[in-house]
Design a protein. Structure first.
Length: 509
């Protein structure tokens, strides 16, 4: 017994000494980097806000205090996290062909998304990126615009019932429309989110995003076993089953449909818009899933699991982010009458009194709306913080950053640097006019990330935002009710207004 206790004591001493030595090494490397004062063992964990709105404000405050001209460090227990909140620092990380790996916190998305394009690394990511880039070809995006228009028209029907000058929350109208769009473009299925927001699938999509966000910021949820014992692990698994079963069912049905119809050919994805196929009297629309199945049958090594990963990734990345961007833009335009008048003049110049859907050419002509969207994404980037892992040692702002360290890019702080955006809190779409954006730092505006690992779907997102926003402002005068300080942005995975977007709508003559 005494011998056993002695061995245990020696083991504990070794562990403590090892921990002290490792802490000394980390402090020697990171101790000269600015940042809030940290405690042993806890680091800064005791200081970090758990409320999403307060945490977002805290991140901006830290960036202003420590990171405007340099990187800074926040300690999560014994783990240092390097924060980059200025364009020069961000460029070093994002413009590198080496630091391509996502931060380890993205592992909490793996149960749902696997290692698809968002979460994969190394050769798998490079292979997938090369394979998927053609799926955002002009012809395919042109087909997707017809989906945007149909779903926007359904949203318009619902909004007309609210256009009585009374205050209501427009957030869910936009968000559910965006969910219907992403389901139809990703899988070729209309899940009817705008008519049935209580469906099991729709609710599971929202819950899985919430689960991932909470696990990223709550250390006691990091262990899978503990998550199931003390957290909502079982509910997480139930939602996961719903989502995967639905996607797998759609893949099976799509394969059966394609087998009945006959094989697709490359020209199906690149024909001119006038050569679209019809099935009976109905136009045949190609979804993202059609393209993946076509690839799997024509030389690409894609298993059923691989296809599901990419469809689920497309769903996750293309829904909440775009919905948030449209909501923020609606608020900002509705709060600035001069901007709204200028935008409506542009739309009237394109459409006149016609009620027709916008075409791809119309969307290209919406120059001022393009500026409005970009300025809204500057003030409220859909992804306010994202992470990378340093794949090798790097020097930033004179500090050596060891391989394996997590780097967090604070998009929201970078976008508010007065060096590039004077009066950074003012909503001014003219910042993005052709004349005004000349000579600006290439990494001072990164709503879709930047560098080799930028967002593959950014053209898709901008087109969708233009369709929905032009639909709203062609038909209504929008009056935003809240003051900016009342919006309470909550910054986790996606930047959302905590209390929604309250507006008054009145029909335009």
């Amino acid at each position: 017994m005494a011998a056993t206790l002695g061995l245990l004591g020696i083991a504990v001493i070794i562990l403590v000494l090892t921990w002290i030595y490792q802490s000394y090494k980390r402090q020697k490397v990171f101790g000269k980097i600015p940042g809030p004062a940290a405690l042993p063992i806890l680091g800064n964990a005791h200081q970090l806000e758990t409320d999403g709105t307060k945490f977002y404000k805290q991140c901006l405050s830290y960036s202003d205090e420590y990171g405007r001209d340099s990187i800074f460090v926040i300690w999560l227990g014994h783990k240092p996290m390097i924060c980059l909140s200025n364009a020069n620092s961000a460029e070093i990380l994002l413009n590198s062909s080496k630091h391509m790996e996502k931060a380890s916190e993205y592992r909490f998305l793996h149960p749902w998304l696997g290692t698809g394009l968002l979460t994969s690394t190394g050769d798998k990511w490079r292979s997938r990126r090369k394979m998927l880039t053609p799926t955002f070809h002009f012809k395919i995006l042109n087909d997707f615009v017809s989906v945007f228009n149909d779903q926007a028209d359904f949203m318009l029907t619902k909004l007309k019932k609210k256009a009585d000058g009374k205050v209501f929350n427009i957030f869910n109208y936009i968000t559910l429309c965006a969910l219907d769009i992403i389901c139809e473009t990703a899988m070729g299925r209309d899940v009817g989110a705008q008519t049935n927001s209580e469906s099991t699938y729709v609710k599971s999509v929202y819950k899985m995003s919430e689960f991932a966000q909470n696990r990223m910021k709550l250390p006691w949820y990091w262990n899978d076993t503990l998550y199931r014992i003390i957290g909502p692990g079982r509910e997480h698994d139930q939602c996961l089953k719903v989502l995967h079963n639905f996607t797998e069912k759609v893949i099976r049905e799509k394969r059966e449909e394609l087998n009945r119809r006959g094989p697709m050919h490359d020209k199906d994805f690149h024909d001119s818009a006038e050569e679209d196929k019809f099935v009976g009297a109905k136009k045949r629309r190609l979804a993202f899933l059609d393209m993946l199945i076509h690839m799997s049958e024509n030389g690409e090594k894609l298993s059923e699991e691989d296809i599901r990963e990419e469809v689920d990734t497309f769903m996750f990345e293309g829904h909440d982010t775009t919905a948030a961007g449209i909501n923020w833009a609606t608020y900002l335009i509705g709060a600035n009458s001069e901007v709204q008048t200028t935008l409506q003049d542009e739309l009237d110049g394109i459409f006149g009194s016609s009620e027709r859907y916008p075409t791809m050419e119309d969307l290209k002509d919406m120059k001022y709306l393009d500026c409005c969207i970009k300025e809204a994404l500057r003030l409220y980037p859909s992804v306010p913080i994202f992470g990378r892992t340093f794949s090798e040692d790097a020097v930033i702002d004179g500090h050596l950053i060891p391989k394996g360290t997590t780097g967090s890019i604070f998009t929201a702080a970078i976008h508010k640097d007065p060096k590039y955006f004077p009066e950074p809190d003012v909503f001014d779409p003219e910042r993005f006019s052709d004349d005004n954006k000349v000579g600006r730092h290439p990494f001072c505006y990164i709503p879709f990330s930047a560098g080799l690992r930028n967002c593959i779907g950014q053209k898709f997102a901008m087109l969708e935002e233009k369709v929905l926003l032009s639909t709203i402002f062609r038909n209504f005068n929008v009056e935003s009710v809240q003051k900016r300080e009342e919006l309470d942005p909550t910054g986790e995975l996606i930047l959302r207004p905590e209390s929604g977007i309250l507006v008054k709508l009145t029909p335009r003559n």
